[in-house]
Design a protein around this ligand. Structure first.
Ligand SMILES: NC(=O)N[C@@H](CC(=O)O)C(=O)O
Ligand SMILES: [Zn+2]
Ligand SMILES: [Zn+2]
Length: 351
């Protein structure tokens, strides 16, 4: 009898579902494993208002398979001009769970993002007062900063002053990738700072981008880092520290848009994310810490109840599809597509 592990249903605290046919195609890969997800607002145009978020949530719910048990948790895309009142109203009406801060130009569809913390100070004050979390893509946008240093520079130049100026604001550093970020979060004594970690940053270092040629399907932002950083975030994820939790950053882009002269940043990892995380915890001898990372820490950070159901995975190989097809014949290549994972989902809500 092979090893099995049963855990409380997990949540994904950082997810891109996109819209239209892509949404219809990718949603089931998340709902198969995860009970809830923090849905990122970087659509085109971005989800900046309560009305847009309500409509987007309705489209997600309409795209669910009838038997899926899944709750999308919506976020507001913060712009320099976003009225504090719009965020507060969305939070109080149960539409917005959190606010997403993209430094303008830092990543995919971030062009309407924030140009300086000062511009959004009133919004942040109001969020601090009502306990509404701020989720940050933490990378410097200074073009003079080396691409591998952008997270560390953001921590020094932007995040540290922001946390000082808003001492009660709940903040999640999304998709951390560096030793500096792991240390910054675990060294924080204020109890209002958390961090998500993706499967790709736990599994690969930056060499993966150049294995015998350029590998666009390993390209995401923040970009993969050197081995010492990968080891640091593996230690953080598997440490049992409640400030670290799952956030897959599953970010689908069409294959043709990634395999291009200027390929998009983002990795579609929803089909393999949970098994990938589990594999990391097994390799680190930390299976006993897995449920906290996947199913407890994030909910506690957000002040949400833990999920009731369970899922079971077995130590048994499973294939990741080479491609996921859209109705119009376009394809999305999933993370680890065409390879075999050591774990298989054996019991959970059907996809
Ligand atoms: N992670 C990525 O490389 N891309 C994300 C945006 C983001 O999370 O920064 C996307 O929307 O494609
Ligand atoms: Zn990001
Ligand atoms: Zn993301």
């Amino acid at each position: 009898m092979s090893l099995t592990i049963t855990l409380r249903r997990p949540d994904d605290w950082h997810l891109h579902l996109r819209d239209g046919e892509v949404l219809q195609t990718v949603l089931r890969y998340t709902t198969r494993h995860f009970a809830r997800a923090i849905v990122m607002p970087n659509l085109k145009p971005p989800v900046t208002t309560v009305q847009l978020a309500r409509e987007y949530r309705n489209r997600i719910v309409a795209a669910l398979d009838p038997e899926a048990q899944f709750t999308p948790l919506m976020t507001a895309y913060l712009c320099d001009q976003t009225p504090a009142e719009e965020l507060r109203r969305g939070f109080e009406e149960g539409v917005f769970t959190a606010v997403k801060l993209y430094p303008a130009g830092a990543t995919t569809h971030s062009e309407f993002g924030v140009t300086s913390t000062a511009k959004v100070a009133r919004a942040l004050e109001s969020m601090q007062a009502i306990g509404m979390p701020l989720l940050v893509h933490g990378e410097s946008t200074d073009p003079a900063v080396d691409v591998f240093d952008r997270e560390a520079v953001f921590i020094e130049e932007t995040l540290t002053p922001l946390l000082r100026d808003f001492p009660e604001l709940k903040v999640v550093m999304e998709h951390i990738t560096t030793e500096q970020a792991a240390q910054f979060v675990s060294g924080d004594g204020s109890g209002r700072l958390g961090a998500t970690i993706t499967p790709q940053h736990l599994l690969f270092n930056r060499n993966a981008l150049f294995m015998g040629g350029i590998r666009p399907h390993y390209y995401c932002l923040p970009v993969l880092k050197a081995e010492r950083h990968r080891l640091a975030i593996r230690r953080a994820a598997t440490s049992g520290d409640p400030r670290f939790f799952v956030g897959t950053d599953s970010a689908p882009h069409l294959r043709v848009l990634k395999e291009a002269a200027c390929g998009c940043a983002g990795i579609f990892n929803a089909p393999s994310a949970l098994q990938s995380y589990l594999n990391v915890f097994e390799e680190e001898g930390a299976l006993d810490k897995f449920e906290a990372f996947a199913s407890v820490n994030g909910a506690n950070f957000y002040g949400l109840p833990l999920n009731e159901g369970t899922i079971t995975l077995r130590k048994q190989p499973s294939e990741v599809p080479e491609d996921v097809q859209l109705p119009n014949c376009a394809a999305i290549h999933p993370f680890l597509g065409g390879s075999t994972l050591p774990w298989t989902l054996v019991d959970g809500p059907s996809p």
